[in-house]
Design a protein around this ligand. Structure first.
Ligand SMILES: NC(=O)c1ccc[n+]([C@@H]2O[C@H](COP(=O)([O-])OP(=O)(O)OC[C@H]3O[C@@H](n4cnc5c(N)ncnc54)[C@H](OP(=O)(O)O)[C@@H]3O)[C@@H](O)[C@H]2O)c1
Length: 173
C-alpha cells in the first residue's frame, strides 16, 4: 500500500486560516480529486486520512469525500463522523486502511497537526505539494519537507485569477 501526503502550501508553508483553506483554487481542487481518486486496479479505491478539524472544515454536503474510504482521526472516543471511519491513532488509521482489501493507496490530506505527525512517524512513498505563490497570512503551516524526500518533478502550473501555483512531487529516497 503506497502512502502519500497531498497538500497545498504558500511560500511561507501556510496551509490554512481560521480553520479553512486560505484560497479557492479550482484547478487545485481538481488535481486533489484526480490524484486521490485514481487507482491502477479499477475494483479498488483509495483511503483519505484526515484530522477531525479538517473533516469539520469540509462542507457537510461534500463529506465523506466520494468514492474514497474516509478515515477521520480524533482522540475523542465519542467523536462521530457520518459515513466515515473514526481512528484514535495514526497506527489505527493505517490498520483500518490495510484491513480493507479494496484499498489501494492512502493519502494523508491534513491538516497541520496530522501532516507533522505523519512526517515524523511514517515512511511515505512521496508528497504531492501544490506550491501557491504569495503569503496568505496563514495560521496553520506545513512543516519543512524532511531531507529524505527529494524533489522529483513538476506536474504542471496553473493560474487562477491572480494566483499562480505549481504541482510538485517529492519522492522518498
Ligand atoms: N492547504 C491544505 O492542503 C490543507 C489540507 C488540509 C487542511 N488544511 C487546513 O489545516 C487547518 C486544520 O489543521 P489543524 O492542525 O488545526 O487540524 P487537523 O490536523 O485537521 O486535526 C487535528 C485533530 O486531529 C486529531 N488528532 C491529531 N492527531 C491525532 C492522533 N495521533 N490520533 C488521533 N487523533 C488525532 C485531534 O482531534 P480531536 O481534537 O477530535 O481529538 C486533533 O485536534 C485548517 O485551516 C484546514 O483548512 C489545509
Amino acid at each position: 500500500m503506497k502512502k502519500y501526503i497531498i497538500v497545498a502550501a504558500d511560500e511561507k508553508n501556510g496551509i490554512g486560516k481560521n480553520g479553512l483553506l486560505p484560497w479557492k483554487l479550482k484547478k487545485d481542487m481538481e488535481f486533489f480529486q484526480q490524484m486521490t481518486l485514481k487507482t491502477e486496479d479499477n475494483k479498488k479505491k483509495n483511503a483519505v486520512i484526515m484530522g477531525s478539524n479538517t473533516w469539520i472544515s469540509i462542507p457537510e454536503k461534500h463529506r465523506p469525500l466520494k468514492d474514497r474510504l474516509n478515515i477521520v482521526l480524533s482522540k475523542n472516543r465519542d467523536f462521530k463522523a457520518e459515513k466515515a471511519e473514526v481512528a484514535f491513532s495514526l497506527d489505527d488509521s493505517l490498520k483500518i486502511a490495510e484491513m480493507r482489501k479494496d484499498v489501494e493507496n492512502v493519502f494523508f490530506i491534513g491538516g497541520a497537526n496530522i501532516y507533522k505527525q505523519v512526517l515524523e512517524n511514517i515512511e511515505l512513498t512521496g508528497i504531492y505539494l501544490t506550491r501557491v505563490r504569495g503569503d496568505f497570512k496563514c495560521d496553520a503551516f506545513f512543516p519543512e519537507i524532511p531531507k529524505e524526500y527529494k524533489f522529483k518533478n513538476s506536474l504542471g502550473k496553473e493560474n487562477d485569477g491572480r494566483i499562480e501555483y505549481e504541482f510538485l512531487f517529492y519522492e522518498r529516497k
